[in-house]
Design a protein around this ligand. Structure first.
Ligand code: PEP
Ligand code: MG
Length: 607
């Protein structure tokens, strides 16, 4: 192997870890699409039947894949339901039939035309990452039908017999959930971002992934030897000996380090000088409790309930919500679970909830605003949560995107109405269930002293707080460089919210991605965060650093940092601190760390 022949390309680091191995190019290949006109009513009727049969077959395929998914990844089956929904969506199904009947086009062409129209509609609605991932779903669903019509089987990843790094233009959720963690060393895709479905699945399977790699499928050939760094987004094609040695060593170091710290993941999150905090998990589905517990979660600090509402054709009823919350409470008891009420809107869309034409959906009718607008939906959810609270009295209720007192008053009024209705029917619930607010917008920070008198706890949602504090759209690559978790303004907001909460005697959690970034542990401890809630896989590393930190030292450090003027000054201080105190953590994961590597949204070139 020659060092000079290697090629380095970059994308977005979507799931951490290093993969080294042969590339398996998932080439669906273009299917030739015949174009012909149908003559006579009988030909039209037969073509309609052929189309309907192909859709039914595609649905059955998806159903079979759903059944084959291992129990621990069942939540991802919902992603397949999205494709099933797309197949039956009038904009695809009825529209394709219309093309066949009215324009007398053959079925494949009819599907292509209706797909094109649906994608144009998606593009015109939004250009955010979530909408883009929906376009991938539309493509995947359409591709399946077109292949069936052409008499070709859909590419099936089960044909992957060797351990390999999968390289694809796009990997649909249906493909991603078929990935066998043992056989799939890594994933590289040309499109998709850090919140695309493929990234979500890759992270929970522990498969390193890099997305958004322009021309990956052209630059990488089948059987090329490649290195994928899912943290930095670097891909090296045909690496030289020294590169290979470097990444093999890194891979060994990472797994040895993780193995070593995982042994202590179940110990309490307590600093070396006896300050106790709580290390908790963020989950989107009850099934993730297994991973949360395995990684040492002391509680569920954020249950994102909207995922149960998404990816389904109808609004879930109270009974199904109750069962979900009941199971969550029972499985985690006696530990606490914080159930966040519906945080729909902006990038989180559903087919059953009417979406408005909004110029700025992130500033629109989303989250708690949407719940207060559609009061019955909110009440149904509250009823289900309250009923489930009787199981083990371990549920906390949390309201997202609170911007001021009025929303708390209104939500509390509705909450009391629901309690009164349940009491009248003698349905038991936990009368002392804590009622909390997320701090995600600047006005909530400004009002934190008064809000703290109305609620039982705060949880700081830094994913949104950073976005709204700095006034940038996370999905806009032109301002991605401004998405700085360590911006002094963001840190001051965090401090203000924590201090206001503590002044009023209530605990303050942090449940944004920042909580799962080990490098931020000293600052967040020093700012006196009480609970850190994060992606379950981040728990062992964060807990390890918490246990090895001195609270006294962290407070001193945070005190210095809070007076610094720029994010880069703070980043340097953080690097120095972590490098000095936790050299293995720094060395193993971030030899070239330059600040916000995991939280920033890199642009296309990954720079
Ligand atoms: C946040 O905004 O930090 C948060 C935890 O909520 P979400 O990521 O679900 O918007
Ligand atoms: Mg949020």
């Amino acid at each position: 192997m020659n060092d000079h022949s290697s090629l380095t390309i970059r994308g977005i680091g979507a799931a951490p870890g290093i993969a080294i191995g042969k590339a398996f190019l998932l080439e669906r290949g273009r299917i030739p699409v015949p174009r012909y006109r149908l003559f006579g009513e009988q030909a039209v009727a037969e073509e309609c039947k052929r189309f309907e049969k192909a859709v039914a077959e595609a649905e059955a395929d998806l159903e079979a894949i759903k059944k084959s998914i291992k129990t621990e990844f069942r939540e991802h089956a919902r992603l397949l339901e999205v494709q099933q929904m797309i197949l039956r969506d009038p904009s695809i199904y009825d529209e394709s039939l219309r093309y066949i009947k009215e324009e007398r086009t053959n079925a494949q062409l009819a599907v292509i035309k209706s797909l094109r129209k649906a994608k144009e509609l998606f593009n015109s609605l939004s250009n955010d990452e979530y909408a883009k991932s929906r376009i991938a779903d539309v493509n995947a669903a359409g591709d399946r039908v077109i292949r069936i019509l052409a008499g070709q089987n859909h590419t099936n990843l089960e044909h992957l017999h060797e351990r390999a790094v999968i390289v694809a233009h796009d990997l649909s959720p249906a493909d991603a959930i078929q990935l066998q963690a043992g056989r799939t060393l890594g994933i590289v895709t040309e499109i998709g971002g850090s919140v695309s479905h493929t990234s979500i699945v890759a992270r929970s399977l522990g498969i390193p992934a890099v997305t958004g790699v322009e021309n990956a499928a052209r630059l990488i050939s089948n059987n090329d030897f490649i290195i994928v760094d899912g943290r930095t987004g670097i891909i090296i094609i045909n690496p030289g000996e020294s590169e290979l040695r470097f990444y093999t060593n890194r891979q060994d170091e990472i797994s040895a380090y993780l193995k070593q710290i995982s042994r202590h993941a179940h110990l309490p999150a307590q600093t070396s000088d006896g300050h106790r905090v709580s290390a908790e998990a963020n989950i989107e589905a009850v099934e993730e409790i297994v991973a949360a517990k395995d990684n040492g979660a002391e509680a569920i600090g954020l249950y994102r309930t909207e995922f149960f509402f998404m990816n389904r054709v109808e609004l879930p009823d109270e009974e199904s919500l109750y069962r979900d919350y009941h199971d969550l409470a029972e499985l985690m008891a006696p530990s606490q679970v914080t159930i966040r009420t519906l945080d729909l809107g902006a990038e989180k869309l559903t087919s059953w909830c009417p979406t408005l034409e909004e110029a700025n959906p992130a500033l629109g009718l989303r989250s708690i605003r949407l719940c207060l607008h559609y009061k019955e939906i909110f009440k149904t959810q509250l009823r289900a949560i309250l009923r489930a609270s009787a199981v083990a009295r371990n549920i906390r209720l949390m309201l997202p995107l609170i911007s001021g007192m009025e929303e708390i008053y209104q939500a509390r009024r509705i909450f009391k109405e629901v309690q009164a209705e349940l009491s009248a029917k003698r349905i038991p619930f936990d009368e002392d269930m804590p009622f909390g607010a997320m701090i995600e917008v600047p006005s909530a920070v400004a009002m934190a002293d008064l809000l703290a008198q109305e609620v039982d706890f705060f949880s700081i949602g830094t994913n949104d707080l950073i976005q709204y504090a700095i006034g940038i759209d996370r999905s806009n690559e032109h301002v991605a460089y401004l998405y700085e978790a360590l911006h002094p303004g963001v840190l001051r907001f965090i401090k203000q919210a924590v201090d206001a909460g503590h002044e009023a005697g209530i605990p303050v959690a942090l449940c944004g991605e920042m909580a799962g970034e080990p490098l931020y542990v000293p600052i967040l401890l020093g700012l006196k965060i009480d609970s850190f809630s994060m992606n379950p896989v981040a728990l062992p590393r964060v807990k390890n650093l918490i246990r090895r930190s001195s609270m006294k030292e962290c407070c001193r450090f945070a005190n210095q940092v809070i007076h610094m003027r720029t994010a880069s000054e703070i980043e340097q201080a953080v690097s120095k601190m972590v490098m000095r105190k936790f050299p293995e953590e720094f060395h193993v994961f971030d030899p070239n760390w330059t600040g916000n590597s995991t939280l920033a949204v890199p642009n296309k070139s990954g720079s």
